[in-house]
Design a protein around this ligand. Structure first.
Ligand code: PRT
Ligand code: MG
Length: 212
């Protein structure tokens, strides 16, 4: 049995065509079903629906053979025990630094101010500001980073931005790019050795279905 770990929402939606290219179709919709294990049209393939940030954990420990997770999530988790053979180019967005509309980010950097930054992506943020030689105080949040600068918890946020609507709705502006984000296929290393005959055709089908 091949187990593929996915999160529902945008990753599930954008993975559906890739799965179809590999001849895999879920028998139920995770948005309406409460089941955490979804059977597919293939007897030898099942999907497990987990929180986006938990996908690498399932793959690392071999509870899932394959998984699909954002680069943001993988960078925070680390890549131990798994291969990252494919950039699937789905669920794309940018990781950005953003501040309140009236806040002069450039000026505060010039003045060498020590900024307070809220983020869910502590590792990526630490590396970004270290590379710029900036000293910042990072404060970890688990959601709605956008609120931080509005209530005085922080001067800036590091978060994902796709349309920019969330920033605009909260009177924030993006001031700096941290990096491009897309979702990656991850494969348990031991499982690839053991189940190569079953996994390779799925990897190949995904590879040829990736949008240019
Ligand atoms: O939502 P939940 O708390 O359960 O978990 P999650 O946010 O980790 O999962 P999910 O499904 O929302 O995101 C899964 C993956 O999609 C992330 O790990 C990213 O790699 C990718 N992705 C792509 C995004 C976005 N675009 C995105 N826009 N993840 C989150 N957002 C959020 C962002 O954090 C911000 O709050 O959407 C908001 C901004 O969107 P815009 O369109 O208003 O700019
Ligand atoms: Mg989300």
């Amino acid at each position: 049995m091949i187990t593929i770990a996915l999160s529902k929402g945008r990753i599930f939606e954008e993975t559906t065509p890739l799965l179809a290219a590999a001849g895999i179709r879920a028998l139920e919709d995770p948005e309406s079903s409460r089941k955490l294990i979804l059977l597919t049209n293939r007897e030898d393939v099942r999907l497990i629906i987990v929180r986006a940030t938990d996908v690498p954990t399932y793959v690392q420990y071999g509870a899932a053979d394959l998984g699909i997770a954002g680069k943001d999530v993988l960078d925070e988790h680390g890549g131990e025990g798994m291969y990252q053979p494919l950039d699937l180019k789905i669920a794309k967005c940018k990781m950005m630094v953003a501040v309140r509309e009236g806040f002069d980010y450039e000026a505060s950097i010039r003045q060498g101010a020590r900024l307070k930054v809220v983020t869910k992506y502590v590792k990526a943020a630490r590396e970004h500001f270290a590379a710029k030689g900036m000293h910042v105080d990072l404060i970890k949040l688990y959601g709605s980073m956008e609120l931080g600068p509005l209530v005085g918890l922080a001067d800036a946020i590091v978060d994902l931005v796709s349309t920019g609507n969330t920033l605009r709705a909260n009177s924030l502006k993006a001031v700096e790019e941290v990096g491009d984000i897309s979702s990656r296929l991850i494969v348990n290393q031991a499982s690839l050795k053991l189940n190569r005959a079953q996994l390779q055709p799925i990897l190949d089908a995904f590879a040829s279905a990736i949008k240019k």
